[in-house]
Structure formats: structure tokens, C-alpha cells
Design a protein around this ligand. Structure first.
Ligand SMILES: C[S@@+](CC[C@H](N)C(=O)[O-])C[C@H]1O[C@@H](n2cnc3c(N)ncnc32)[C@H](O)[C@@H]1O
Length: 411
């Protein structure tokens, strides 16, 4: 590799610096020296990508979990911690999309620079000698924009590093998966290893898809957080579809960790302490609350209600949610104080704009008698407030997939 750009390479070796030295043999990666190895990694760096608009909520969650150096940036939150935090973050996070272990950052003005930068990162500390390490990534606003070429360079650099450090002729890649992800932005590459596998929005309770634009679980959890629901008031979603909002509200009310019944890719990593996952699950379970919660979901489609009930059952929260086939325009309650958290149709994906407007108008009339209720309604319709007949106290910009929406907040 040409030497000419080497002096320009800037690599962050935070892990190396903080670890205080000590090379690990590939034998140690196989498990026998787990504890000793664990002690060598007091402060790993992590990055949690999240939906735009909810970075602050995700950062709050991480702070509450006791993570260090939590910093929210555009579309992601950074933090640091020990290997235990890999399990704790994956099991507990409601609003983060995945937990990435940061391998390092380097300049990436040229392929040579990218190669040298990636090769200098301590991959052998994370990837066992038979680990499989596919590479994927993206590039924004940078000279290196060909993703297949960047993938090839990153792969080659990691192979070279591992071959020399594991003293192996050939990397077999028959073992656990260490998905490498790169993000190149403004000619700087950040390199990660994904600890989650399937995105954290995949809690495991929503097996069958509801065709009417189901809300991502992480976004539903964010809406529940923004409503400041603490398990006390009645919560209603009159457009519940597959039940995502009521289920996320129930999980929040019970303080039940969303990742208790799914797997994470890092569970197969041999260098992680054997008990970190069971410890994280036990800790999460010990923090659950018990109580009587009043959560309701309604939808005009019988199929939606059937699915929502099955999903709630799978999530283990069917004891605190009632579901009914119901027309939102007939929504009535005779209790003072309660909250509506809802994601009605926008007229973009599942309905014509005129039909969505008709629903807003009729639902707006129905809730006129519920003046003391708080409402949190997500819609991308620019005229939502006018048609609904009520000006929001506050609006919060959120993205539902690629659709820019406002959470209309009434309190
Ligand atoms: C955007 S989807 C909600 C998706 C839901 N948040 C989920 O995660 O599955 C809107 C839902 O409103 C329901 N809907 C449409 N018109 C309705 C009406 N007049 N009354 C009640 N529900 C209605 C649809 O059946 C659909 O399930």
C-alpha cells in the first residue's frame, strides 16, 4: 500500500488508550480466558442510530441506564461503557434502532487512506479467529461514493489485519457473525460492529404484518415517552391497527424491557462474558412494576383487532389492554382525564387525502366533549389542525419511515 498518505491518517484509538495495553491471543477469544479478557475492556465506545427527532429521548434512556459519556447527535447517540452494557443496552432500549460497537474512525479521502485507516483498527480484539465479518455501509457527501468498492477495501483491510494478528494464512469465517458497518461522511469513515442483529424495533411480538402502515415500534415507544405516560391515566388509541401504540404503552407502564424475548447477534460472541445476557435480563425483570393499567385500542377493521390482540398476547401484556372493533368518530368516554396517543391514516399510503381528512373532521368532533384529555396525534397532513378543529399546544417533528410528520400535542 502506498505510504504517501500515511501521515495524514487520523485514527481514534480510544479503546487502545483506555485499555492500558495487553495483547490478547486468539485463544483468549475462544472463551477460556473470558474474565481476564473482559477486564481488559473497561470502556468500549458505542453508537446507537435512531430515528430523526428522537435522539434526545434515546439519550435519556441511555443516561437512565447509567451509561457514560452519552452524547446525542443527528440520528444517533454515542455512549461508552463496559461489555456488560452491550447486553443492557440491547435488552432495555425502547427508542434506539441498534447498538453498534465503535471500532474506530479514520480519514477516507482515498481508497488507500481508507485501507490503511481500517487496517490500523484493533479488529482482532472483537472478531474471533473464525468469525464471519460481512461488510456493509453507506457514504454521504464524500469522495469515496462507490459502496461496493468501499466494501471491498474495508473487507480486504480487516482480512489483512486479522491474518497478521491471528497468525492465520486463511480466515475461515465459519463462526459467529460480526457484521461490520461503515459510515463515510464528509470524507471521514466510522467503522462499527453490529451487536444487535435484527433492528431493535423487532421486539418479537409483531409477527404478522398489518398491511395498513404499521408504526415502527421504536417510534410508537417514542410517542408514548413524549406523552409522559406513567401508567396512571387511561390511554386510548382509536386507530390502533396492529396494536403497536397500546402494546408499547403497556410495556412502558410495566417497565418491561422490550428485548426480553428476542436474540441479539452478540450473544454468539465468545469474548463476551458468559453471564452478561442473563444478568441484563434478570436486572431488567427485577425492575418491572405491577399494577392495574387501563389501556385501550380500537380500530374499524376486525382483522386489525384480531392481530393486535394476538400481538399483545405475544408481548405478554394482554392483561392490561382491551381491544375493540370501533369507529373512531364514535369515540366517547365519561371519565375526566385520560390520553389519546394515535397514528390515524395520513391519506398518503393507505387512503386518499380526502378520506383521511373526513376521518380527522369526524374524530375531531367526537373528542370535543373530552376537553380535559391530553392528545398526541401523529400525522403528515399539513392541514391536520385546521381539519381536526383544534390548534396543537406544541408540535414535534418526527419521521415515520421517509414521511415527515408532526406529533400534534394537546395537553
Ligand atoms: C396508520 S394505521 C395505524 C397503524 C398502527 N399504529 C399500527 O402500528 O399498526 C391507521 C389505522 O386506522 C384504521 N382506521 C381507518 N379509519 C378508521 C376509522 N374511521 N375508525 C377507526 N379506525 C380507522 C385503519 O384500519 C388502520 O388500521
Amino acid at each position: 500500500m502506498p505510504q504517501i498518505m500515511k501521515h495524514l491518517i487520523r485514527i481514534s484509538y480510544d479503546n487502545d488508550r483506555e485499555r492500558g495495553g495487553g495483547e490478547l491471543s486468539s485463544k483468549g477469544m475462544q472463551g477460556e480466558q473470558n474474565t481476564q479478557y473482559s477486564n481488559l475492556k473497561p470502556s468500549l465506545k458505542f453508537c446507537v442510530p435512531c430515528l430523526f427527532g428522537i435522539e434526545g429521548l434515546c439519550a435519556d434512556e441511555l443516561k437512565r441506564l447509567g451509561m457514560s459519556d452519552v452524547r446525542a447527535e443527528n440520528g444517533r447517540v454515542l455512549f461508552s461503557g463496559s461489555e456488560n452494557e452491550i447486553a443492557r443496552a440491547n435488552v432495555n432500549l425502547r427508542t434506539g434502532e441498534r447498538v453498534l460497537l465503535v471500532a474506530g474512525n479514520c480519514n477516507s479521502n482515498t481508497f488507500d487512506e481508507l485501507f490503511e485507516g481500517v487496517r490500523a483498527m484493533p479488529w482482532e480484539e472483537y472478531i474471533s479467529d473464525n468469525g464471519a465479518f460481512p461488510v456493509k455501509g453507506h457514504s454521504i457527501n464524500s469522495k469515496l461514493h462507490s459502496i461496493p468498492d468501499c466494501q471491498r477495501i474495508v473487507k480486504k483491510a480487516v482480512v489483512e489485519r486479522l491474518r497478521s494478528r491471528h497468525k492465520a494464512e486463511w480466515i475461515k469465517e465459519t463462526g459467529a457473525k460480526y457484521q461490520i458497518a461503515f459510515a463515510i461522511m464528509n470524507d471521514t469513515a466510522s467503522l462499527y460492529i453490529d451487536t444487535s442483529g435484527a433492528g431493535l424495533h423487532k421486539r418479537g411480538y409483531r409477527l404478522a404484518g398489518w398491511e395498513s402502515a404499521p408504526l415502527r415500534e421504536t417510534l410508537a415507544a417514542a410517542m408514548v415517552k413524549l406523552s409522559r405516560y406513567r401508567g396512571k391515566e387511561s390511554v386510548c388509541d382509536p386507530f390502533c391497527g396492529s396494536g403497536t401504540i397500546p402494546i408499547e404503552a403497556a410495556l412502558a407502564a410495566k417497565n418491561r424491557a422490550p428485548g426480553l424475548s428476542r436474540c441479539f447477534t452478540a450473544q454468539d460472541w465468545t469474548w463476551l462474558g458468559k453471564t452478561i445476557w442473563s444478568d441484563a435480563i434478570e436486572e431488567a425483570k427485577s425492575r418491572e412494576y405491577t399494577g392495574d393499567y387501563d389501556i385501550w385500542g380500537g380500530d374499524i377493521a376486525p382483522k386489525a383487532i384480531e392481530l393486535a390482540a394476538a400481538n399483545a398476547q405475544r408481548a405478554g401484556v394482554s392483561d392490561c389492554i382491551r381491544f375493540d372493533i370501533a369507529e373512531a368518530a364514535d369515540f366517547k368516554r365519561d371519565i375526566a382525564g385520560g390520553m389519546i396517543i394515535a397514528n390515524p391514516p395520513y391519506g398518503e399510503r393507505i387512503m386518499l387525502p380526502g378520506e383521511a381528512e373526513d376521518i380527522y373532521r369526524r374524530f375531531g368532533k367526537a373528542i370535543k366533549q373530552l376537553d380535559s384529555w391530553k392528545m398526541y396525534i401523529l400525522s403528515s397532513h399539513s392541514e391536520f389542525e385546521r381539519i381536526f378543529g383544534k390548534t396543537a399546544v406544541k408540535k414535534r417533528k418526527l419521521y415515520n419511515g421517509m414521511i415527515k410528520c408532526d406529533l400534534h400535542m394537546y395537553y
